[in-house]
Design a protein around this ligand. Structure first.
Ligand SMILES: Nc1nc2c(ncn2[C@@H]2O[C@H](COP(=O)(O)OP(=O)(O)OP(=O)(O)O)[C@@H](O)[C@H]2O)c(=O)[nH]1
Ligand SMILES: [Mg+2]
Length: 628
């Protein structure tokens, strides 16, 4: 017998199968292996926040955000819950080294009667930990197939596809004892009954709507939820006792290194050393040597003069030709000259280099640990452990990171994380250019730059923490374990990010180039730059910095790239970079904030960043003696 309405596996084609499980257990790697389609994989919880679907030989396969239970507390959970309720079957991915945590979802799925196959993943790490799992006993005990896998080496993946048609749930589970507590007249599936008992709001509302002709609401009974969860946790404990046998309790090298990173005394020096190494690699090697070559030689000496000569020769001597020529090859932001020079000559090498570095750290699981150490050392800034991940992702792309705040349960912390991202977290493209500019000045300036950002982050976080109503959540960290980065994944990640960067920044920059050139042609840019003169003067910067600010309205990395052309002193460069970093979020980030939060918060964040950018910039300028 199975839990399916019709015999399972009779009609394989057209089935929808969802990969479901806790965060960071390997769902996305399995998705890649089963569907031969790459989705982002990182060694920290919360990488996947939206579903990805792929068509396979046996139907549709869906990758979902990681969850610790099928419920509706956070946005990620709501997304996964909806997919589970619609799926014909589920591949429940569990971390073999964390069965005590992960089998909760397994039992919940089976209680709901969802046809399930369990992928017992990370078997390599379980073996390394000296953990021995009786797979057959586990399958018998839960009443569903269990397939051991190592997703990263694709071990067991074929078995998993083969067992998929056998997905099943036992016809009845202990939760059925509680069904009596529900009113008789409701029309609900076994899955919905289970969720109703657990006080799931959306399910209650759907069923309430069906029985709108009076009667009691089915709204959450919190005591019963607690009782059901406790019973399920007890079942998990006894399962683990029965099927898991530890043969050797030694701690792995990864765990020991991980502990070093978490202790302030060792973690902070390691963090500083890492930041220095990254600075050297990206700022000195790539920004000076490589970009010096691409920008200075390739574009400056060969490409630009050739294109300028060609455009001048090809355009006829007609009236309309002058403005066209100006748009194409002017020195401010010519569409065919300075624009590609910034994007290809400056941004691409830097974004690629920094993506490689960040990708490697992501794959290793280093970043969340560093963030936690910093977070502790720097007073808490009103955020819990989960909010650290979006901030870390922000150093890749702030827009992506705003979407990732969906994994945070509390609205208050989502708001704080979004505000901090918009305010003071520079993205990879920007950090690349900034490191390039600062490398010319020396490591001390780089350290100073990071210090300013950390102070602003800390202060802004503290202010938001005080002013926003509500309590701070406890610092709950689900730290990933340290792993040796996989070059293959890092390369794929970097390639995907570069493609996304070019897709997004290319057209946006082309549009900006046209608009700015047109403004310059009619003399309007000078008017704007003039209007900004009091501001630039207050910062002790030349009026031409006004142009950088105009670019910054579109994207902060454009502004940073625009600074490479200004002849500024060391302190002026520093002030300029601080302003550019704290200035308004990129327009795509703004669009995302509007979509994810609300108009009021978005507007406040946008205006607030003007205030903070010029306030902090002015303060730094005064400290450095830039302003007379
Ligand atoms: N050693 C080992 N590592 C694995 C295995 N499967 C996945 N990983 C690693 O585990 C990490 C998480 O993998 P993902 O596929 O991103 O995990 P996920 O379940 O999609 O995570 P979220 O999207 O955050 O819910 C990555 O660093 C993978 O390389 C495995 O079987 N063995
Ligand atoms: Mg994932």
């Amino acid at each position: 017998m199975t839990g399916c309405e019709e015999p399972c596996g009779s009609d394989d084609a057209g089935r929808t199968v969802a990969l479901v499980g806790a965060p960071n257990v390997g769902k996305s790697v399995l998705f890649g292996a089963l569907a031969e389609q790459y989705v982002d994989v990182s060694n920290y919880p919360g990488t996947t926040v939206e579903t990805t679907a792929a068509t396979t030989d046996s139907g549709t396969l869906i990758d979902t955000p990681g969850v610790y239970g099928i419920s509706s507390f956070s946005e990620a959970e709501r997304v996964t819950r909806a997919v589970v309720l619609d799926a014909d079957a589920v591949i429940n991915v569990v971390d073999a080294t964390r069965l005590d945590r992960d089998l909760f979802v397994t039992l919940q799925l089976l209680d709901m009667g969802i046809p399930t196959v369990v992928a017992l993943n990370m078997m390599d790490e379980a073996a390394a930990d000296g953990v021995d799992i009786d797979v057959d006993a586990l399958a018998t005990a839960i009443g569903a197939p269990v397939v051991p896998t190592v997703a990263v080496t694709e071990k067991g993946v074929d078995d998993l596809s083969e067992r998929l048609p056998d997905a099943m749930a036992p016809p009845s589970t202990p939760v059925a004892d509680h069904y009596d507590a529900l009113p008789d007249r409701i029309e609900a599936t076994r899955a919905e009954r289970t969720l109703l008992l657990e006080g799931d709001d959306p399910t209650a509302r759907r069923v309430d709507a069906l029985v709108a002709d009076g009667g009691e609401s089915l709204a959450a009974d919190l005591d019963r939820r607690e009782q059901l969860y406790a019973e399920r946790r007890a079942r998990v404990r006894s399962l683990v006792d029965d099927v898991v046998h530890a043969t050797d309790a030694g701690r792995s090298v990864g765990d020991r290194v991980g502990d070093l990173l978490l202790r302030p005394l060792t973690g902070i020096p390691i963090a500083l050393a890492l930041v220095g190494a990254i600075f050297y690699l990206v700022g000195v090697v790539v920004a000076q040597t490589l970009v010096g070559y691409t920008e200075g030689v390739l574009f400056g000496r060969y490409y630009n003069p050739t294109v300028e000569a060609a455009v001048e020769r090809l355009l006829p001597a007609a009236d309309w030709a002058a403005p066209v020529e100006f748009l194409l090859i002017n020195d401010v932001l010519g569409l065919l000259t300075i624009m590609p020079q910034y994007v290809v000559g400056v941004l691409v090498p830097l974004v690629a280099a920094f993506s490689l570095v960040i990708g490697t750290l992501e794959d290793a699981g280093v970043l969340p640990r560093l963030a936690v150490v910093l977070d502790r050392g720097l007073n808490r800034i009103g955020l819990n452990g989960r909010a650290v991940v979006p901030l870390v992702i922000g150093t890749g792309c702030v827009t992506m990171a705003v979407i990732t705040t969906r994994t945070i349960e509390s609205r208050r912390e989502r708001l704080i994380a979004t505000a901090l991202l918009g305010l003071a977290v520079p993205c990879s493209a920007q950090i690349g250019v900034i490191m390039g500019l600062l490398a010319g000045l020396g490591l001390v300036w780089w350290a100073g730059y990071l210090l300013v950002l950390l102070v602003v982050l800390g202060a802004a976080g503290a202010v938001l923490d005080r002013t926003l109503p509500g309590d701070r959540d406890a610092l709950v960290e689900q730290l990933p374990r340290l792993r040796v980065p996989r070059p293959h994944n890092v390369a794929r990640k970097t390639r995907t990010r570069m493609a996304a960067f070019l897709r997004e920044a290319g057209p946006l920059f082309a549009g900006t180039a046209l608009a700015v050139s047109a403004l310059e042609y009619v003399g309007a840019l000078d008017v704007i730059v003039d209007a900004l003169r009091p501001v630039t003067a207050a910062l002790g910067l030349p009026a031409s910095f006004g142009r950088v600010l105009v670019l910054g309205l579109i994207r902060r990395d454009f502004a940073a790239a625009g600074m490479t052309d200004l002849a500024l002193s060391a302190s002026e460069t520093f002030v300029g970079l601080v302003v550019v970093t704290l200035f308004v979020p990129c327009i795509l980030t703004m669009a995302t904030i509007l979509e994810e939060r609300d108009v009021r918060s978005a507007l406040l964040m946008w205006l607030g960043s003007w205030v903070v950018a010029f306030g902090v910039g002015g303060g730094v300028a005064a400290l450095l003696g830039v302003v007379a």
